[in-house]
Ligand binder design. Structure first.
Ligand SMILES: [Zn+2]
Length: 544
């Protein structure tokens, strides 16, 4: 006796772009978590529909594979929803008033932690608040105003709680800001941020898991299906596991676990050995990507081959001795770990290449996307050739140029700012690239695509127009590129039968729509693993 295949769970009649080859379907059939059938005809899958099939007729929508962010801080973005929202301030006065309001609500001595998602370029004064200003806003509470991953402003109570005074030396890979008379400014850079942050109480695991549910939903609403989480602690992995087990994550997560350069070598070895797992551990929703190292700072602190434009005495800092890091990474790779290393400046990129080449020489040939350079904001042609020759993949994030173009112009100068992430040159060499954001807040993927296609920025105009790439190429690196980075190119990255059903629907075709309209285009719905995770119009709901 013959049985017919089980009917579809979901049938979507819409224009579906299989991948960037331009192949187009008119109907997509889902069952369980996966895509099981496609057809070039709108009614081509009708025979697979049954009584339980939810059908969506949306011939005017265009379906793309959901975006996969190669480098983003979902944990930070989620934690930010628990923190003091200084990102809404437009002036120093509004910034300090927000801190003062939080201090009024807090118990005396309780830490005031601000969101990291703010920048002084959004303040009328275009400068950081000072530690003294935070003292006035919150005299009885330690205040730590972290800005992004590499910089913070602390008030006196926070510095005191961390045991930092005028006589404290700078930590390795960091700077404690000082005025010419030796008094502290409150500004902390690099390792100095961690030196203070370590004293602030962290939110509990349950609170973080709830924040991840809210945080991940905001990304899914913008068409993101996967986030490679660029840096968490082993403890934070438990919050992810809680959220994944409860089914409250709206995006897939591929975390990197931080290996801190402030640790001694034996502590690093103990940390990696103590993880008792290796890259790839987990399931389709939550799967450990690998280990994260940080070689230099950001725009401030990035290790450059030539002095900063803003300070001829400054070339940034390197956090790791290359020989030590090569030894640690060789051991980790032999244990089955993949490694991603933050390298912003060209001197950091060159040093990471030295490390990675030493690792590959010790271990023998490694699969692509085992040793990865994060950012490579600045690189020279020789470095790019070395990366391609070694199959060291690179994650690239236009939103860093978009958001911090003005700071780059000021700190690095015009020529280097124009050369940030020359995607056209990388692609011409055949580099392994994957696109992401690294901005620690939900960011419209199509604004990112627009940026790669125009080199446009938020406040610094167009920088390096010659390095623009096409929209289809950008989307490819943002879907298949990241799928390859995550070693899931056979399961994700395109709308293909047999792959997981991660799909975003747009009211216009992003590949052909006017470039200027891309930044304001947002999804009609998002599906991850067959599950509607964003459906404001109820298009995926059964009419019955
Ligand atoms: Zn990052």
């Amino acid at each position: 006796m013959q049985t017919s295949p089980p009917s579809l769970d979901r049938l979507i009649r819409a224009r579906a772009i299989h991948s960037m080859t331009g192949e187009m379907y008119r109907a997509v059939g889902l069952r369980g978590a996966g895509i099981v059938a496609t057809s070039a005809e709108p009614d081509g899958l009708d025979g697979l529909a049954g009584a339980g099939t939810v059908t969506t007729d949306a011939g005017d929508l265009t379906l793309l594979p959901a975006f996969a962010d190669s480098h983003e801080h979902l944990m930070e973005a989620s934690r930010n929803t628990l923190l003091v929202p200084v990102n809404r301030a437009h002036s120093i006065a509004e910034f300090t008033a927000t801190v003062a309001a939080a201090a009024r609500d807090a118990a005396p001595g309780a830490w005031i932690m601000t969101t990291m998602a703010w920048h002084e370029s959004n303040l009328a004064e275009n400068r950081l608040p000072t530690g003294a200003e935070l003292d006035i806003a919150a005299p009885a509470n330690p205040v730590l105003a972290r800005r992004g991953g590499h910089l913070a402003v602390a008030n006196t109570a926070a510095l005191t709680a961390a045991g930092i005074g005028p006589g404290t030396p700078d930590p390795p890979g960091g700077t404690i800001g000082r005025r010419s008379d030796g008094r502290l400014t409150g500004v902390l850079e690099g390792g100095a941020v961690w030196q203070v942050a370590a004293f602030a109480p962290a939110p509990g695991q349950a609170q973080l898991a709830e924040a991840l549910a809210r945080g991940s939903a905001a990304y899914a609403a913008l068409g993101v299906g996967t986030i490679r989480e660029a840096m968490i602690s082993p403890g934070e992995l438990l919050a992810y596991q809680d959220a994944a087990e409860r089914g409250t994550l709206s995006v897939r997560v591929r975390p990197l676990i931080r290996v801190g350069n402030e640790l001694a070598v034996d502590q690093v070895t103990a940390l990696i050995g103590g993880l008792r797992a290796r890259s790839g551990f987990g399931d389709d929703w939550l799967r450990v990507w690998g280990l994260k190292f940080v070689m230099d700072g950001g725009v401030e602190g990035g290790a450059l081959e030539q002095p900063y434009a803003s300070d001829p005495a400054q070339t940034g800092h390197l956090n790791w001795d290359p020989a030590v890091m090569a030894e640690v990474c060789t051991g980790a790779v032999r244990r089955g770990w993949r490694i991603g290393t933050h390298a912003a400046g060209d001197r950091a990129v060159r040093t990471v290449l030295d490390v990675y080449e030493a690792v590959a020489a010790a271990t023998g040939p490694l699969p692509p996307w085992t040793l990865v350079i994060e950012h490579a904001l600045l690189s020279d042609p020789v470095q790019r050739k070395r990366a391609v020759r070694g199959r060291f993949g690179v994650t690239v994030q236009h939103p860093l140029l978009w958001n911090m173009g003005s700071e780059m112009l000021q700190t690095w100068g015009l020529e280097r700012t124009r050369q940030v992430n020359p995607l056209d040159e990388w692609l011409a060499l055949g580099a392994d690239l994957a696109v992401g954001t690294d901005i620690a807040r939900p960011f419209n993927p199509l604004l990112n695509v627009w940026g790669m296609a125009t080199r446009g920025t938020k406040a610094a105009g167009v920088q390096g127009a010659g390095h623009a790439i096409g929209v289809a190429a950008a989307v490819e690196l943002y879907t298949m590129g990241t799928a390859r980075l995550n070693h899931h190119q056979h399961r994700l990255g395109s709308i293909t039968p047999g792959k997981l059903a991660d799909i975003v629907a747009y009211p216009a075709d992003p590949l052909t729509t006017d470039l200027d309209d891309l930044p304001s285009l947002t999804p009609a719905f998002t599906i991850v693993g067959g599950r509607p995770v964003h459906d404001p119009g109820g298009l995926l709901v059964s009419p019955g």
